[in-house]
Design a protein around this ligand. Structure first.
Ligand code: FNR
Length: 357
């Protein structure tokens, strides 16, 4: 007879676990199986104390009946010892248990192999749990198969967490798809409006901004569910169309992250700087290069982006006439509490942008 209440609490109560006498009784009844002496005492204590559900089944008897189940097994399943001993472990299976893992188990048993599988099992009260089952053969010194050993672990929580993560990723993919569509539609509307009104040049400029925004978001949605995104891929994506010749854009930065809300600001600012470099700066002539370097500074409170152009045309500082792009950058930064410092030196231009995170 078992001495425990299988329906009792499942949390590990070491003082009660010590009173599990099933291992001792099992050892008494199986002396010939080398469960005697010091190793037998160890077996007894380990089986009684572990929170891992464990059972042994007898391969010499018909249909592999369970000959031993420790207290953790009884707690996990809710069955009393007398309801377990003598039965095949399949009594834990139920209507939603899949056949595939069962077939794998059958094959492993036939080949006397070790196997680890997750399968849905049912407790005595009808509730189900995901059982990470580990089973394998046990041989005696003569090399004869004497038992199959099984250990069961409830991994329902782990699987639920994994499913949640998968769901979040699927949602992000769907959102990314819809966002791309949305940017394409907006772009289309702007194009048509430009054509109908005869203001193609202006709308082309607006469209370039919309597309830069779209690219900035595109790379970020996969990990948007975490609330922050990696800066590097967003910067690379915004600037990708300007980097037709691989050598003219040099990016330096590590995997720092920024809040999702910063994507538009950083994306649009880089787009304006890139458009400017193409029209008037380093990218307007052969050999000009743009270096972009980013880092999070001030105890992770500020994103600092250094934009440096070299090899561009000589700049006549007096002729610099701030256009719409400059106005947009300044306005965005002002609203975000950020800063920009611009510096012109002959054939180079440098901007240091600070955005609070
Ligand atoms: C099992 N089996 C098993 N099955 C299950 O659903 N939950 C479990 O915890 C266990 N534990 C277990 C331990 C050990 C030691 C063995 C040998 C097997 C598998 C089950 O008993 C049976 O082998 C499989 O269902 C495949 O055989 P059938 O049902 O197709 O005959």
């Amino acid at each position: 007879m078992s001495t425990d209440d299988p329906t009792g609490p499942r949390s590990g109560d070491q003082s009660r676990l010590r009173f599990d006498d099933a291992p001792e009784r099992f050892r008494e009844g199986h002396k010939s199986d080398q469960f005697s002496g010091a190793s037998g005492v160890l077996f007894e204590q380990a089986m009684a104390q572990t929170r891992m559900a464990i059972c042994l089944v007898d391969p010499k008897q018909d249909d592999l009946p369970i000959v031993f189940a420790n207290r953790a097994f009884r707690r996990l399943t809710g069955y009393a010892e007398e309801e377990i001993i003598g039965r095949n472990c399949r009594f834990l299976q139920g209507p939603d248990t899949e056949q595939e893992p069962i077939e794998r188990i059958r094959e492993a048993i036939a080949n006397e192999e070790v196997i680890v599988v997750d399968l849905l099992n049912y407790r005595r009260d009808g509730s189900s749990f995901w059982n990470a089952l580990h089973l394998g053969p046990i041989y005696n010194d003569a090399g004869e198969l004497i038992y199959f050993f099984g250990s069961q672990w409830d991994v329902s929580d782990v699987r639920a967490a994994r499913a949640e993560e998968r769901y979040a990723k699927e949602m992000a993919r769907e959102l990314s798809h819809r966002m791309k569509n949305m940017f394409a539609v907006i772009s289309g509307i702007v194009n048509v409006t430009g054509r109908v009104r005869g203001i193609q040049d202006e709308t082309a400029e607006i469209n370039a901004r919309i597309q830069a925004l779209g690219r900035a978001y595109e790379t970020t949605l996969d990990d948007a569910s975490s609330g922050s995104i990696e800066i590097g891929p967003a910067i690379r994506s915004v600037l990708a169309p300007y980097n037709e010749d691989d050598d003219r854009l040099r990016l330096v930065g590590n995997g720092v992250r920024m809040p999702f809300a910063m994507v538009s600001i950083v994306g649009l600012i880089l787009h304006e700087l890139a458009a400017n470099a193409t029209k008037y700066g380093a990218w307007s002539q052969e050999g000009g290069v743009v270096h972009v370097q980013w880092q999070v500074i001030d105890g992770m409170k500020e994103l600092s982006v250094l934009w440096e152009e070299t090899g561009g045309p000589d700049i006549d500082r007096d002729a610099i006439n701030p256009g719409t792009g400059t106005a947009i950058v300044d306005r965005l930064l002002r609203s975000a509490g950020g800063t920009i410092e611009r510096e012109w030196n002959e054939s180079s231009f440098k901007a240091v942008i600070g955005v609070p995170l």
